[in-house]
Design a binder for this molecule. Structure first.
Ligand code: ADP
Length: 504
């Protein structure tokens, strides 16, 4: 009997494999970090072959630790860091360049040129996104423009593109020997190349970016059988039956199925998604319109998304670049040594600012410094920055959708940080709620796959399995809450207009 579903979570900092049982509980898991490659200021790359090797290893770890065989698996779901672009040769299976990661800003000149006189809004009514370095399409153009021989190979039909979902699926299903070249609607909606209404590729936009249509994967729903594990792999014959971009997967795993329900994930960056149902809501306040999920033949569900580039990675930066502590969770211990931020505000505009500003010209700033400020205040300012940025996104969602949030479901690595969670509730003025299974991203992908093969009946099983772990309620006085936020806004204004043609 196949009693379990396996989820592969190919994230920005690591790849995870998690086995879930029918009640949505974790049975076993494996996790491996991969190298973050920073060749120049603003450039961020991953080695796609290392990612694939790690995925295989973590699947092996999860099965071994659970004492399971592939025959115990009813299905496999994939979730992934979105927008990170891989281009590879379909004959050899070799990537032609490192994966260009979503945070990478090297495509700014390409983006400016594509926008021309129409600017960032050029494709927004079709794809739901402003033209920005964040999305996959311009990254593919960069690879074709800059890697020797790549454009010719692409035009011959030898090269394939995919976000890491597609890269992992293609390899799992056989690679050069019959690998399936498919993506799902949520990943496709992050390329700038998909029409949000028809859910098909826009040949005109692909042509503007010089991307041959033969490179693009087939777009499918988020929950259906795409293929089976290859014969010589670890999971031969097991149906791979769900794909959701990581943030959409977390929304699914958090059971945000009603219009107006939202979740916020605190990982490398922060991503808040608000379910807007089968209606596509255009944003006037710096949010993205994106596909939330599509289950088989059912109509697609859309979301408004607030994407914040730097939150958990600011904690990594304090750890790795400043050597302030050994492990990310230690930031809380430092921050608790002081009562407040001491007047310091840290705006982590390391990749410019994403939602709601979309200011590529911004760069990070630590402001409000006096002789009084010490490292503990800076640790606190870093955690507070995560909460202020989230509040900005919540404000934008209210303006765009008219929905007044009544509570916020949270997940991701940073939600173990109790100081941050309390401060978040204080800043938002609503309860912050953490579920029992914090691995909602992997869980969402598992559900999408399990639903496709009948292991779970549908969304109602997801809702029934969701359980609350902990809740934080606002406790800060209104005038203090507003005073802090006003200073934050002032701090943000100090980061604008930093980048010039000769200053990166
Ligand atoms: P991703 O899926 O984007 O790779 P995760 O959800 O695993 O990220 O979260 C990891 C991030 O959370 C890292 O950037 C790390 O710095 C941060 N982090 C993890 N634990 C804590 C903590 N207790 N306090 C603050 N930040 C944390």
């Amino acid at each position: 009997m196949a009693d379990y579903v396996l989820a592969i979570d190919q994230g920005t900092t690591s790849s995870r494999a998690i086995v879930f049982d029918h009640s949505g509980r974790i049975v076993s898991s494996g996790q491996l970090e991969h190298e973050q490659i920073f060749p120049k200021a603003g450039w961020v790359e991953h080695n796609a072959e290392q990612i694939w090797t790690n995925v295989r290893e973590v699947v092996g770890l999860a099965l071994t630790r659970g004492n399971l065989a592939h025959t115990d698996l009813a299905a496999i779901g994939i979730t992934n860091q979105r927008e990170t672009a891989v281009v590879w040769d379909k004959n050899t299976g070799k990537p032609v360049y490192n994966a260009i990661v979503w945070q990478d800003t090297r495509t700014q000149a390409i983006v400016d040129e594509l926008g021309g006189s129409e600017g960032a809004e050029k494709y927004k009514s079709i794809v739901g996104l402003p033209l920005a370095t964040y999305f996959s399409g311009p990254k593919v153009k960069w690879i074709l423009d800059n890697v020797e021989g790549a454009r010719e190979a692409a035009e011959r039909g030898d090269l394939l593109f995919g976000n890491t979902d597609t890269w992992v699926l293609w390899n799992m299903t056989g690679g050069p020997e019959g690998g399936v070249h498919v993506t799902d609607v949520t990943n496709a909606s992050r390329t700038m190349l998909m029409d949000l209404d028809t859910l098909s590729w826009r040949e005109d936009i692909a042509a503007d970016m010089g991307i041959p249509m033969s490179m693009l994967p087939e777009i499918r729903s988020s929950s259906e059988v795409y293929g089976q594990g290859r014969v010589r792999g670890l999971v031969p014959g097991v149906p791979i039956a769900g794909i959701l971009g990581d943030q959409q997967a977390a929304t699914f795993g958090q059971a945000c199925f009603e219009v107006g329900t939202a979740k916020n994930t605190y990982g490398t960056g922060n991503f808040m998604l608000l379910n807007t149902g089968t209606e596509k809501v255009p944003s006037k306040n710096g949010l993205l319109t994106t596909v939330c999920y599509k289950i088989g033949d059912a109509p697609q569900v859309y979301a408004l998304e607030g994407s914040i580039a730097v939150t958990g990675s600011l904690i990594q930066w304090l750890r790795d670049n400043l050597g302030m502590f050994e492990d990310a969770p230690d930031v809380e211990w430092l921050a608790r040594k002081v009562e407040d931020n001491g007047g310091a505000y840290f705006v982590p505009a390391f990749s410019g600012l994403f939602a709601p500003y979309w200011r590529p010209d911004a760069r990070g700033a630590l402001v409000g410094l006096t002789r009084y400020v010490n490292r503990n205040h800076i640790a606190r300012a870093a955690l507070e920055a995560v909460a202020y940025q989230t509040r900005e996104v919540v404000d934008a969602m209210k303006l765009d959708s008219g929905v007044q949030l009544t509570e916020l479901k949270v997940d991701g690595g940073m939600v173990q940080n109790e100081l941050l969670m309390q401060f978040q509730a204080d800043q938002l003025g609503v309860d912050v709620v953490r579920p029992k299974v914090a691995e909602t991203t992997a869980l969402g992908a598992a559900y999408a796959a399990g639903i496709a093969v009948g292991f779970w009946k549908g969304e109602e099983d997801v809702t029934a399995n969701w359980a609350e772990d902990k809740r934080w309620s606002p406790a800060m006085a209104e005038d203090e809450r507003e005073r802090l936020y006003r200073s934050w806004k002032k701090a943000v204004s100090k980061t604008f207009d930093w980048v010039d043609a000769d200053v990166l």
